[in-house]
Design a protein around this ligand. Structure first.
Ligand SMILES: [Zn+2]
Length: 178
């Protein structure tokens, strides 16, 4: 996890906060805009943090799928480079990142924008389910219950236990309304 002040302008548009998930080694790394670390901006906005994070983790599966294809291309690239003397071969990691990003840029261009890309809509399922859960807790226990719990001074173990309790109630409520 890390922060950057003006990352990928084509990606964030004019939004004042955001994140991007990129391949890193055999896993993924989420980069957030610095505004999310700045307490005078969104640093204390737990909701924004949770909302963007539940979206970004949705991209981890995109990265896994993209890496599989990129690795196959890379094998071919290495083979070809044995016959072409001056061919530039990037590192596997650079190759993975480039092919992942180009896939997204192509998708944004094709569908007319970041938010319209089906890849983004898939990732939005994560933030959608976070929002449904958050709304459920708000209705049952009062507005900002989840955020207040996270902000409170009790231990992380207690917080996790309470969130588990909320989550189980939420799952049960979905089962009975089916
Ligand atoms: Zn996204």
């Amino acid at each position: 996890m890390r922060g950057v002040s003006n990352p990928y302008p084509w990606y964030f548009g004019k939004d004042t906060y955001g994140g991007i998930t990129l391949p890193e080694g055999n896993h993924a790394a989420i980069t957030y805009t610095n505004s999310l670390f700045d307490d005078s901006e969104f640093g204390q906005n737990y909701y924004e943090w949770l909302d963007i994070s539940s979206h970004e983790v949705g991209h981890i599966n995109h990265i896994k799928a993209s890496n599989k294809i990129a690795d196959k291309q890379y094998e071919l690239l290495l083979k070809t480079s044995m016959y072409a003397k001056d061919m530039y071969v990037p590192s596997l990691e650079t190759h993975r990142t480039t092919s992942y990003l180009s896939k997204f840029i192509a998708s944004y261009l094709k569908y007319g924008g970041h938010d319209k890309s089906p890849l983004e809509k898939q990732a939005d399922k994560g933030s959608d389910s976070f929002n449904r859960f958050n709304n459920f807790v708000n209705e049952k226990y009062g507005n900002n219950s989840l955020i207040n719990l996270l902000k409170s001074d009790i231990s992380d173990t207690k917080k996790i236990q309470q969130i588990d309790k909320y989550w189980n109630e939420y799952v049960k409520s979905k089962e009975t309304t089916k």
